[in-house]
Design a protein around this ligand. Structure first.
Ligand SMILES: Nc1ncnc2c1ncn2[C@@H]1O[C@H](COP(=O)(O)OP(=O)(O)OP(=O)(O)O)[C@@H](O)[C@H]1O
Ligand SMILES: [Mg+2]
Length: 282
């Protein structure tokens, strides 16, 4: 067994999946832009009703994994199941918020229009937006603190404001699985708090959140589970068991900020005094 395979936590879903299908199950995914795969042989099980962080260094294949999972880019190999079904049958149950840098912000669209786009899939080809749809879109903008910017062109909003609008669009979709690529990138502390509050309320409603995340110091606070990747999966499972110093060192090598590991994993203090006899609770 390779080191990476050994560090993968057991997949309890292997037993559970027969009964309740997982929100997302990926098997043997390999994606390549050129000769070297950007994602190699990745298996991923995403637990329902939980928040999972995908973490790994720049260039580790996190965005590639999300995009290939959603069929936005082709994969060389691998299977994807969403709620136990092929992706095409359940697209309406997924909301995706791409990494900000990858979006063209120049199209002449108001913030409210962007949110309403999240409703089109529910409307179908012949459906029209009703007053209720408009009001739902406004509620979603309100939920992310952007009600006052409904009429503003999307390109004339700050990066953090744009991020909130795209989260509002995802909210309008009423999805069961939210996939977000770095929702906190380049936003201030207030926006980060607003976004995490919205994500936590989605989780409280039983929805599943999968987010690429860079700030390792907030992982234990924000997330239930982690999926650590560096081209191939390094570790996966609950934060308490999978988010370990060994796994982070394996994924990031020397690219971790000085002192971060001490902050995340403070040592238990001085070694205990040797005891002459074993204690009852030893
Ligand atoms: N369109 C593309 N064409 C060629 N190579 C690409 C393309 N997109 C990504 N890559 C390469 O694939 C690898 C994985 O990229 P990816 O964007 O998935 O990484 P990431 O983990 O999301 O990184 P970051 O943390 O910087 O967002 C990188 O080496 C990257 O240079
Ligand atoms: Mg990325």
């Amino acid at each position: 067994m390779t080191q990476a395979a050994a560090m993968m936590s057991p997949l309890p879903s292997e037993q559970a999946s027969a009964a309740v299908p997982l929100p997302l199950k990926v098997r043997g995914m390999t994606v390549s832009y050129g000769a070297t795969p950007a994602v190699f042989s990745a298996d991923m099980d995403i637990a329902p009703g939980a928040m999972t962080a995908i973490i790994g260094p720049n260039g580790a294949g996190k965005s590639t994994l999300l995009k290939a999972t959603l069929g936005i880019i082709p994969r060389l190999s691998g299977q994807v199941e969403v709620f136990g079904q092929p992706l095409d049958r359940v697209r309406a149950r997924i909301a995706y918020v791409p990494q900000r840098a990858s979006v063209d912000w120049d199209f002449p669209t108001r913030a409210l229009d962007v949110v309403e786009m999240g409703l089109y899939r529910q409307l179908g080809l012949l459906g029209r937006l009703t007053r209720q749809h408009r009001s739902l879109a406004r509620d979603c903008l309100d939920r992310v603190g952007m009600a006052d910017f409904a009429g503003r062109q999307i390109g004339q909003l700050s990066g953090g404001q744009q991020q909130r609008v795209f989260l509002a669009r995802a909210l309008a979709q009423g999805a069961d699985l939210y996939m977000l690529d770095e929702p906190f990138a380049g936003v201030d502390a207030a926006t980060e708090k607003a976004i995490i509050d919205v994500l936590k309320s989605l989780k409280d409603e039983g929805r599943t959140i999968l987010a690429v995340h860079h700030d390792l110091s907030t992982v234990p606070d924000y997330f239930d589970n982690v999926f650590i990747i560096n081209r191939s999966p390094v570790a996966a499972g609950p934060v308490a068991t999978a988010f370990t110093e060994t796994a982070l060192q394996s994924a990031y090598g020397g690219r971790l900020a000085t002192g971060l590991l001490d902050q995340l994993f403070p040592s238990a203090g001085p070694a205990p005094m040797p005891q002459p006899f074993p204690t009852l609770d030893a």
